[in-house]
Design a protein around this ligand. Structure first.
Ligand SMILES: C[S@@+](CC[C@H](N)C(=O)[O-])C[C@H]1O[C@@H](n2cnc3c(N)ncnc32)[C@H](O)[C@@H]1O
Length: 340
């Protein structure tokens, strides 16, 4: 086990850390939370956790081995940095990058910090600076009143999510979530490559695309034939495989899937086909409970005024996690991570 840092996105206070933990659980990696700060998670976990998280996560920038931690004060930084295992960058070129979370520690200038850490690395290891193409990035993170410095082992390709923007697909509908949000839903299900992931309200196929991208086998169901055909076109556009069926989420034609991620209609931009919302959720939760083996996950979104906790309990689900995401003034979406 190593002490690892995860530099997280600031888009939500809890979701990014929840996503990292879910990915580790999906891959059966043990971890212990050492520290949780604004945009920073420190875990004790096997080193391979970095590669695995970077391959799948949407809400993490980079991750790696912690070199040292200190209070965000020069004296304390100097003392801790001197004792850091600089030998880890021996024989490699390096660059120091500073991330200051939301204006943290303004007394520590970024360039001064970069210079100090660079000088120490040069003093304690046989290494050289390369700002353009370093072998190793030393990431310094100023968050709240601390500094954490680490050696980056893996970086998330955030660009890919922008490149897959829904408006660039052959079939578009306004109810679709962003690729980043869709990936988070998929990751929270703890689905592993090779497993069957179902979206019973698949719409344009946003969740199916993200599931296929991480190696799951996606299955999509939608009551609207136009959506099924459109989702299929979108999957083919990215040369992805998956099964798509026209059907009702309240009467599924399967006996077993490994995980479910879904964003049902709320009766606003996506139609519930005149079914009252509580009824739609009640029936779909009961139906999905029948196709999910015990200890498997269902990740579902709902408007905040719907009592999903009661409906989930009635269908035999336990609520593991819950995240509120404000969409606009009159809509807060709640993401529920349910387990059978
Ligand atoms: C919010 S959209 C899903 C958006 C989707 N995540 C995407 O990537 O486009 C909800 C979808 O549920 C479908 N739907 C409504 N009632 C349904 C039902 N009873 N069974 C299956 N699909 C249904 C709608 O046709 C709509 O496409």
């Amino acid at each position: 086990m190593e002490k690892l840092f995860f530099l997280l996105s600031g888009e939500h206070p809890e979701l990014p850390a929840g996503e990292v933990k879910a990915i580790l659980e999906a891959h059966g990696l043990e971890y212990r939370v050492v520290e949780s700060r604004d945009q920073l998670l420190i875990l004790e976990a096997p080193q391979e956790a970095c590669e695995i998280v970077a391959r799948r996560a949407a809400l993490c920038f980079n991750c790696g081995r912690v070199l040292f931690e200190s209070r965000a004060e020069w004296e304390s930084i100097l003392e801790s940095a001197r004792g850091a295992p600089w030998n880890l960058i021996e024989g490699k070129s390096f660059a120091v990058r500073v991330k200051r979370v939301k204006g943290s520690a303004p007394q520590i200038g970024s360039q001064d910090l970069q210079r100090l850490l660079g000088d120490l690395a040069l003093r304690y290891a046989d290494t050289k600076v390369s700002l353009e193409k370093p072998d190793v990035v030393v990431q310094a993170i100023l968050t709240e009143d601390v500094l954490v410095a680490g050696m980056v082992l893996a970086t998330v390709d955030k660009k890919q999510f922008l490149e897959r923007k829904p408006r660039g697909r052959p079939f578009f509908h306004p109810g679709v979530l962003s690729p980043k949000a869709s990936r988070v839903f998929v990751n929270l299900t703890r689905a592993c490559p090779g497993e069957l992931l179902l979206d019973p309200f698949c719409g344009t196929g946003g969740f199916l695309i993200e599931a296929a991208m991480i190696g799951c086998t996606p299955i999509g169901v939608d009551i609207d034939e136009r959506m099924v055909k459109g989702a299929l076109r979108n999957m083919r556009f990215y040369e992805l495989e998956g099964e798509l069926l026209r059907g009702d989420a309240r009467k599924l034609p399967f006996t077993k899937v490994d995980a479910i991620a879904t964003d049902p209609p709320y009766g606003r931009s996506a139609s519930t086909k005149r079914t009252p919302l509580p009824e739609l959720y009640r029936d779909f939760l009961e139906e999905t409970a029948g196709v999910l083996p015990s200890k498997s996950y269902l990740v579902v979104a709902a408007p905040s005024d719907l009592d999903v906790e009661k409906l989930a309990a009635l269908a035999g689900f336990r609520i593991m996690e819950k995240y509120s995401v404000r969409v606009h003034k009159s809509l807060t979406r709640v993401l529920y991570v349910l387990v059978r």
